[in-house]
Design a protein around this ligand. Structure first.
Ligand SMILES: Cc1cc2nc3c(=O)[nH]c(=O)nc-3n(C[C@H](O)[C@H](O)[C@H](O)COP(=O)(O)OP(=O)(O)OC[C@H]3O[C@@H](n4cnc5c(N)ncnc54)[C@H](O)[C@@H]3O)c2cc1C
Length: 523
């Protein structure tokens, strides 16, 4: 098929070289798997960040079906110095979606590699390819009546375990720290070698998904939020389905309650009495998720005033903070834990407990309970109806699980967002010792003035939090270089030394997490 001249080119690559590379990709993958027409690239081009889609436009996208094809692609990329951006299902909404970190990179779309390679119900693990979705795995488990439970992020149905683990994402069950539950990966390196982590290099081993550490250096983490390889298989542990699951919510009236909530919760999390990743969502997160539309409450373009927040609380019964957690186990275990947990809440003297029986099918309780019990849904996308206009960037600083720290972060974030006329839509996801403080910076991307405000706001959030010693655990592609700087030069030097050793032609996702041989030391 005659190729129209594509205005988007990879950095430093001429049109003629790019055409040669495309020819080689077509010979390897077939015409239909090399997408270079603007209309074919539309699904890969839409971002939700505070810049034009054009800033992150891909030059082409390749769809591959096998590890051998991935090896063939890196060979061609090395020959023509073509940068590629691997995605699994490409649903990294609010962190860059499917689009590459730098304009002109070629997307390597792995979603056709979607085989569930193994689910072991005795050892409780799965081994999957990049394109496997959580829904696919959930259906497999249900159809085969396996006593296993999944943990996934809120866009569960359409996202992938491999992609989520690559970005060190989180879920809501006791297995909610997803990278912690990862065990064994297969990686195509930039030189085309296939590297297996952990026990995976041992011929005939049956412990690749059983024992993480293998022998010598353990390198799995090096491939997450990074650009040192293309992961083509991933293993992860699955939780045995408990006989009893008891979700509950506790509704708190006042913003200041966050201090007492976290202090009360931490010992219960560290001891494992509450085993799952607890969520403490603020009123606007609740309202958005339950599809309460902002227009119902205010038509002003700035942030939602506090009196309106109180009115939403009165009208809907939502709290200023809404805590969701669950207990898992046999009836005896759950009864014993419930006694400890409910008495701790009673001693606190604030907060209204809501159980499954009381909540019935009400949202957002229903979808929260589903997430905590491994049932996929897409309810949280309702957040985008709160403001409208499709702009969303997650600001996700890590906090100590200490009440005073969480309050300090909440106040700081709210002040900065309000200064820029935006809402504080936030939740804390409670690990035993840390909190992922996740703020959805929502804005109307169809409005250039508001988009510019969101951009300035995000920069100020990063700057002001850094002054207090806080940094984010993950960020969208527009701000990855900026965030890399918060973590110091020694770390960056090491990362670039590894990049030079493993990928001297800088073909794998240059710019990912600020790692780019072309620009580093030039800034
Ligand atoms: C309403 C809403 C709620 C959300 N809630 C959550 C949540 O609860 N928890 C959470 O973690 N996220 C959440 N997200 C963010 C995001 O949607 C999920 O993390 C999602 O799982 C990521 O998309 P994906 O699985 O398709 O991964 P992908 O987009 O395919 O991959 C993510 C990134 O990993 C890298 N990558 C992917 N595949 C490979 C590979 N094979 N080799 C090397 N690198 C690779 C790429 O850099 C890619 O950008 C939410 C988003 C929305 C809109």
């Amino acid at each position: 098929m005659a190729q129209q001249n594509n205005p988007v080119l990879p950095r430093g690559v001429t049109q003629a070289t790019f055409e040669k590379a495309l020819e080689a990709f077509r010979a390897l993958l077939g015409e239909e798997n090399v997408l270079a027409q603007p209309s074919q690239l539309t699904p890969y081009s839409k971002v939700m960040m505070s810049v034009e889609n054009d800033a992150h436009a891909p030059s082409a996208a390749l769809t591959v079906s096998s590890v051998e094809q991935v090896q063939g692609v890196v060979r061609i990329c090395n020959e023509h110095k073509i940068p590629i951006w691997p995605i699994s299902t490409g649903r990294n909404f609010g962190y860059g979606s499917a689009a590459p970190v730098q304009r002109g990179q070629v997307i390597l779309d792995l979603k056709k590699m979607n085989r569930i390679l193994k689910v072991d119900p005795d050892m409780c693990y799965a081994l999957v390819e990049p394109g496997v979705t959580y829904q696919q795995l959930y259906d497999y488990i249900e159809e085969n009546n396996l006593p296993l439970m999944l943990s996934f992020p809120a866009p569960s149905a359409i996202a992938s375990p491999l992609g989520n683990i690559m970005d060190r994402g989180v879920g809501y069950t006791p297995y909610g720290e997803h990278f912690m539950m990862q065990c064994g990966m297969e990686v195509v390196l930039a030189n085309g070698d296939i590297y297996r982590t952990g026990m995976g290099g041992v011929k005939g081993s049956n412990t690749w998904q059983i024992f993480k550490w293998g022998f010598g250096p353990t390198l799995d983490g090096m491939f997450t939020q990074a650009n040192y390889g293309i992961v083509t298989k991933i293993g992860f542990w699955l939780m045995p389905k408990p006989p009893v699951f008891k979700p509950f919510e506790v509704i708190f009236e006042n913003e200041e309650d966050i201090v007492d909530i976290v202090e009360m919760l931490r010992p219960l999390r560290i001891s494992g009495t509450i085993p799952n990743s607890v969520v403490i969502a603020n009123v606007l997160w609740e309202a958005g998720s339950a599809n309460v539309r902002r227009q119902t409450y205010t038509t002003e373009s700035g942030h939602t005033p506090d009196e309106i927040l109180k009115k939403i609380q009165r009208d809907t019964g939502m709290g200023a903070w809404n805590l969701y957690a669950a207990l898992y186990g046999t009836q005896e275990q759950v009864d014993a834990d419930w006694k400890i947990v409910s008495e701790a809440f009673k001693r606190l003297g604030k907060g209204r407990i809501v159980t499954q029986e009381e909540a019935g099918d009400k949202q957002p309780f229903k979808y929260r309970a589903q997430l905590m019990s491994g049932v996929p849904n897409l309810q949280e996308f309702g957040l985008y109806n709160w403001r409208g206009g499709g702009g969303s960037m997650w600001f996700a600083p890590v906090s100590e699980a200490r009440g005073s720290e969480c309050e300090k972060q909440a106040r700081l974030a709210k002040r900065i967002l309000h200064k820029h006329g935006l809402d504080y839509v936030a939740e804390f996801i409670v690990g035993p010792r840390d909190m992922h403080h996740v703020v959805d910076v929502l804005f109307d991307r169809t409005n250039p003035e508001e988009t510019a405000r969101a951009d300035a706001c995000f920069n100020e959030l990063l700057d002001e939090f850094e002054k207090e010693g806080y940094a984010v655990y993950r960020v969208n592609t527009r701000f990855q270089e900026r965030v890399a700087r918060s973590y110091g030069t020694v770390k960056r030097d090491v990362e670039h030394a590894i990049k030079r050793a493993l990928d001297p032609n800088n073909i794998l996702a240059p710019g990912r997490s600020g790692i780019d041989l072309h620009t580093y030391n030039k800034v």
